[in-house]
Design a protein around this ligand. Structure first.
Ligand SMILES: Nc1ncnc2c1ncn2[C@@H]1O[C@H](COP(=O)(O)OP(=O)(O)O)[C@@H](O)[C@H]1O
Ligand SMILES: O=C(CO)[C@@H](O)[C@@H](O)COP(=O)(O)O
Length: 597
């Protein structure tokens, strides 16, 4: 690269989208911009009591235009003229119903206010019933279509969400032609796509969430879905067969978007992938090092050479997909559905009186009350962390279970709930906070244990994301609980930087994403080492976490919508021609066979 050339990485998170313009030679950030989704921030289209979290496509479009334009304005015309590529990562599985032109239904006037016509955010769990049915149904089929997604289908994923929306809303069902992941739709939008069949679908979302596998010749057959529910009959023919790795081009910027953004139509748009997968690349993942993106949730990514993992399948994770992180390597994904969200929940509890009582205070005016709420809100977690760090660790400290948004891995079960135990009159806010942090670290250790137990050794830990950089308290506890050092990546924006590395590769500036990673990676600036004095005590407490979690897990179905009694019997023609009832306790719990790949 003779002259300076630039690439843009766009990272769609749960609350905001950020774009970065990066020098493609050395990865130096030239400009960045963040946009908080306005409709989402108001809580529109969501109902947390029902675990319904929907996002309007306009939040995404407005954020795309705003952040890229602001970046280019900051960077200057000389940079804008030399932008060669754009790549995008998003949360996932975050799919939407589209018409034949690939337009999300909420962009049509008749569906503009209908949450079922919007993106179903990864953490929306309205499809728990449908996920349970998919698990039960899959247990009656050969081959095991869940074998590459850890053996259990989650309500956070593509098919459970599709089935739920189709059942819940006849009007949306009538208008739905296809079903599209956020990470595939943005490149389609930027390249001016007009027919959904032509949309390039990324292998990352397809393999981890949509049951696509080369071994199946694509998606499972129509019969698998039509016998689950006739509303799915014929749906696979309107989805996809081919998938693409994120180092490939989806196309070039359309004339409309080139004009809107002030860029050339020569700019290459890369195939999209999930935030954590591109984040792992931005954070310089290496084989057998678990790359933990720690923010609202965690996504734990691991890569291995294909020939080394061979036929090994890891049960209870979010899947293993060749090329989902680095083309040519196996990408394995696990994670926790609530990590920072657990601390955010506790903060919300503590803020209740301030948010609800101060507005009509007799002592301070409304503006001061609002300012006070904002100040306290910003300080609660950092101050609690300092206070919690001072509490001596003992075997009998308060305990927590981290399943506040269900359990993603190991062994997805989104109907599980969080818990606190060992409370006494002395359990003050810092002590409860400490227990919650510890619970999230124990949940993280369960994932490492699962990889180790099932033949994929975790040889190192890499910390990425907001919590990794903001909280020395939590990262030190993570090292102590894991009894392993954890390196923290220097970049503030690893996901966006990873997207920029993929953009550089898709634009042909590098032959392989590994080359982009080596040239553009920003390195590590911190490392936490386990404190030998605490390791044994944490090991004892971890044992208790295992026992308490096991107890809650065994008693979890009572009162939950996915309990055995609530499930309809789904009959399906089995492969041997006999009809079997698909509802069994094992199927409900997602117990699956391990099948060699
Ligand atoms: N000082 C802090 N210590 C621990 N957690 C924090 C701190 N500040 C914010 N958080 C948590 O970080 C999470 C947001 O992480 P971030 O990486 O910024 O966002 P996202 O996951 O949407 O990409 C929130 O859930 C919040 O509770
Ligand atoms: O699940 C995935 C990727 O598979 C993530 O998109 C999801 O956890 C959202 O991550 P954030 O915590 O919002 O960064």
């Amino acid at each position: 690269m003779a002259q300076d050339v630039f690439v843009i990485g766009v990272d769609y998170g749960s609350d905001s989208v950020r774009s970065v313009v990066v020098n493609a030679q050395n990865g130096q950030e030239v400009a960045s911009s963040v946009f908080y989704y306005p409709r989402w921030r108001e809580g529109a289209y969501c109902d947390p009591t029902q675990n319904q979290f929907r996002q309007h496509p306009l939040d995404y479009i407005e954020g795309l235009e705003f952040t890229i334009k602001e970046c280019l304005q900051k960077a200057g015309a000389a940079v804008a003229e030399n932008v060669k590529g754009i790549s995008v990562d998003t949360t996932g599985s975050t799919p939407v119903a589209v018409n034949q032109q690939g337009t999300p239904l909420a962009l049509l006037p008749e569906f503009a206010e209908n949450p079922n016509a919007m993106f179903v955010l990864w953490k929306d769990h309205t499809g728990v019933q449908e996920a349970a049915e998919i698990n039960a149904h899959a247990a009656t089929f050969k081959p095991n279509y869940l074998q590459f997604v850890g053996g259990i289908y989650s309500s956070e994923w593509f098919w459970a969400k599709l089935l739920h929306v189709l059942r819940a809303d006849a009007q949306v069902r009538e208008a739905t032609y296809s079903w599209v992941e956020h990470c595939d739709w943005i490149p389609f939008l930027l390249t001016g796509g007009t027919q959904v069949e032509a949309m390039k679908r990324g292998v990352c979302s397809a393999g981890h969430k949509s049951l696509w596998a080369a071994e199946f010749g694509g998606l499972p057959p129509n019969e698998f879905f039509s016998s689950l529910d006739p509303v799915l009959n014929g749906f696979t023919s309107r989805l996809f067969q081919e998938t693409y790795t994120a180092d490939q081009a989806a196309g070039q910027l359309s004339p409309e978007w080139a004009k809107r953004l002030g860029l050339s139509t020569q700019v290459v748009v890369g195939v999209g992938a999930f935030d954590a997968h591109m984040g792992a690349v931005g954070g310089q993942i290496e084989p057998y090092h678990l790359s933990k993106v720690m923010g609202t949730s965690t996504c734990d990514m691991l890569v291995t050479p294909l020939e080394e993992i061979g036929d090994t399948l890891v049960n209870g994770i979010c899947g293993q997909v060749p090329g989902s992180v680095i083309p040519g390597m196996m990408g394995l994904e696990a994670g926790q559905s609530a990590f920072g969200d657990t601390y955010a929940w506790f903060k919300k509890i503590l803020l209740w009186p301030l948010q609800n009582l101060l507005a009509n205070s007799k002592v301070i005016d409304a503006a001061t009350a609002q300012a006070l709420v904002e100040e306290v809100s910003a300080r609660i977690i950092p101050e609690l962390s300092l206070a919690a760090d001072q509490i001596p660790l003992s075997e009998n400290n308060e305990f927590g279970i981290d399943w506040f948004n269900g359990r993603r891995t190991p062994d997805a079960n989104q109907v599980l709930k969080g818990a606190l135990s060992g409370l006494s009159l002395g359990s003050d806010a810092p002590r409860v906070f400490r227990a919650l942090v510890e619970a999230t670290c124990f949940g993280a250790k369960k994932i490492v244990d699962r990889f180790n137990e099932q033949g994929v050794p975790v040889k190192g830990l890499i910390g990425l994301g907001g919590v990794a950089r903001k909280s020395p308290f939590i990262m030190q506890m993570m090292a102590d609980v894991m009894n392993m050092p954890i390196r923290i990546h220097k970049s503030e924006q690893t996901c966006a930087l990873g997207a920029a590395m993929f953009a550089a590769t898709a634009a042909g500036l590098y032959a392989r994403v590994e080359d982009a990673m080596a040239a553009m990676g920003q390195g590590f600036d911190l490392e936490y080492f386990p404190n030998p004095e605490k390791v044994d005590l944490y090991a004892k407490r971890y044992q208790h976490y295992t026992e308490l979690g096991g107890f809650l897990d065994r008693h979890s179905t009572a009162g939950n919508p996915a309990s055995l009694a609530d499930l309809p019997e789904v009959s399906s023609p089995a492969q041997d021609g006999q009809t079997r009832s698909s509802t069994s306790p094992q199927a409900l719990q997602g117990i699956s066979q391990t099948t060699a790949r």
